[in-house]
Ligand binder design. Structure first.
Ligand code: 7TS
Length: 403
């Protein structure tokens, strides 16, 4: 789908046509996004908000329009609820600091799940260390799905926040976040959704989900890198303290006392990536132009097809096999033993197939699977069945060489 819009996909690697199947790590950029970056630097590069001059006003207007564009894309009530950050990791760290300062005391509890990316574990661990709070972990069922009943039992009067991924970056599976949010809210516990792996693949509506916070990365959504979003319900963002100090986040600065800016600027210290936000808006226009539902169905179909093809190779073990997947499939090759995923990845790479191998920054889940890592193929909107065919053919060749 729309492959011709992505110039990098015509690159050759090792003199072969590139098959890019590492989209969960980062996505390639369509020409409209590359053009937006170039347009921004060519026509309105000037620092925003602080300038009276023409270029600064144009740059500010584009940046604020981009904020409204993001709000529409994820169904937020307004741009006041959209904080621009450096990415998902930065968003979660910012939230862990800000929420932690205001809401977490000694003996309180934060809940995450077993299959989180390190970005949704370590910032909470650091908070727990700082505050002498306790990190609790929702276990998985045998089929690697989230154990919702176990989650219900983990909630207590000391639970302050639940933070969980919508889609697993390793398994590609969709977590039951509607149930998690409903059950948490019955106990008046707020929920943060890590949307790094869902926002690129499906329509997001934070109001319908009723999550309290939602985070994602622009670079996984066909937009520039170094940019992300922290969505928070306005009443939460109003009450939480800023995580970082500096320019722009202030109202007045006196040595005796500083007062803070209004939302969303209270959380945005320093010069933001205002060219990146302009290009992000172009990426979101591009995605909506195709239609997020169409993208979701196209990628679901690709993962289904990929699993079908892998099922025909006896040495391949797919994780969470048979479950609906949103963009990613993880597997290993076993003959006498598990062949190290790095070896499989290297042999695929030499045939022009870009996949990711290792723990995918989710070591607890990989330990739970009892393997050194997995090989992960992950799809973007531009992938086609022919990419799967070329990958499967290359994998069969690799297995032949390794056995
Ligand atoms: N959360 C999830 C679920 C992710 O998949 C990732 C990145 C992050 C958070 C962190 O995002 P960042 O943009 O701040 O780095 N996941 C991956 C991956 O699976 N392979 O490379 C990066």
């Amino acid at each position: 789908m729309n492959r011709a819009d992505f110039p990098i996909l015509s690159e050759k690697v090792y003199n072969r046509e590139l098959v890019y199947l590492d989209n969960a790590a980062t996505t390639q950029k369509p020409q409209v996004v590359l053009d937006a970056m170039m347009y921004g630097y060519t026509h309105f590069n000037a620092n925003i908000h602080r300038g009276v001059h023409y270029l600064s006003q144009v740059a500010t207007a584009h940046h604020e329009e981009a904020r409204e564009r993001v709000a529409r894309f994820i169904g937020a009530r307004s741009g006041k609820e959209i904080i621009f950050t450096k990415g998902t990791t930065d968003s979660i760290n910012m939230l862990a600091y800000s929420f932690g300062e205001a809401e977490v005391r000694e003996g309180d509890e934060i809940i995450v799940s077993y299959l989180e990316h390190h970005s949704n574990i370590v910032p909470w661990q650091m908070l727990c260390e700082r505050k002498k709070a306790i990190l609790k972990v929702i276990p998985l069922k045998e089929d690697l799905t989230i154990d919702v009943e176990a989650f219900r039992a983990l909630l207590s009067d000391r639970t302050r926040l639940v933070s969980i991924a919508q889609v697993s970056n390793v398994l590609g599976t969709l977590n039951p976040i509607e149930a998690i949010i409903r059950i948490a809210h019955e106990r008046h516990v707020p929920v943060c959704i890590d949307g790094a792996q869902s926002a690129p693949h499906m329509k997001i509506d934070v109001q319908e989900l009723d999550c309290d916070f939602f985070v994602c990365s622009a670079h996984k959504m066909y937009a520039p890198t170094g940019l992300g979003v922290l969505y928070g319900k306005e009443q939460w963002l109003q009450s939480l303290p800023p995580a970082e100090g500096g320019g722009e986040m202030i109202e007045h600065v006196r040595f005796e006392h500083t007062t803070y800016n209004t939302l969303p600027y209270k959380f945005e210290a320093g010069t933001p990536d205002f060219i990146g936000t302009y290009a992000l808006a172009a990426a979101l226009d591009y995605l909506d132009g195709i239609g997020m539902d169409k993208i979701r169905e196209h990628e679901r179909e690709l993962t289904r097809y990929c699993e079908e093809q892998l099922a025909g190779i006896p040495e391949v073990v797919v994780y969470a096999a048979g479950q609906d997947k949103y963009g990613a499939v993880s597997f290993n090759v076993r003959s006498e033993r598990v062949i190290h995923p790095f070896d499989v990845g290297t042999l695929l790479d030499h045939q022009g197939i870009a996949v990711r191998t290792g723990h995918h920054c989710a070591e607890p889940l990989i330990d739970y699977l009892g393997v050194p890592g997995t090989v992960r193929v992950s799809f973007g909107l531009y992938n086609e069945k022919e990419d799967v065919d070329r990958f499967v053919e290359a994998l069969k060749k690799a297995i032949g060489m390794l056995e």
